[in-house]
Ligand binder design. Sequence first.
Ligand code: S3P
Length: 173
Amino acid sequence: MNACAARHVVLVGMMGVGKSSVGRSLAAEFGRPLFDSDEMIESEVGRTVREIWATDGEAAFRTLETATLLRALAEEEPSVIAAAGGVVLSERNREALRSADAHVVWLLADVEVLLDRVRAGGHRPLLDDDPEGTLRRMYDERAELYQEVADAVVSVDHRSIGEVTRAVMRCCA
Ligand code: S3P
């Protein structure tokens, strides 16, 4: 199957939806590099997302998130970008996603499915307290923002990584 007509494929969606796993699989299928925002931030800053969050605060993390997204979108080489869940919170990021030469795919899941997948700890400090309530509130706040930037929506519910990858490839063709 042809790679996407747009330069980049960008995966957006809630924490735990599988952006990194599907991103890896998609990058392998397309033979493209993968830019994973959280990993990029951690390797550049030399600290984990959790450490950045604890030491510098959320606002500082969001600034790094924006810089990382803009840099990935500016790559000449057609790429797969697994954007962190919070990128849609900023109008600047949404505008960058809308205007980039990129096919933006919103990976969508029921909150029950997300809850099953997210782990305590790790790079998701926002889920330390009341993960279910937080994910539900977040979904309510963010659904329209994901919708605003998405060229396509792919449900991940009851699908394997391979099935989601193929669904994303179909909507890129
Ligand atoms: C966040 C999502 C996380 C990470 C941080 C904040 C969010 O990334 O960037 O914990 O606000 O949705 P994933 O979407 O990769 O889990």
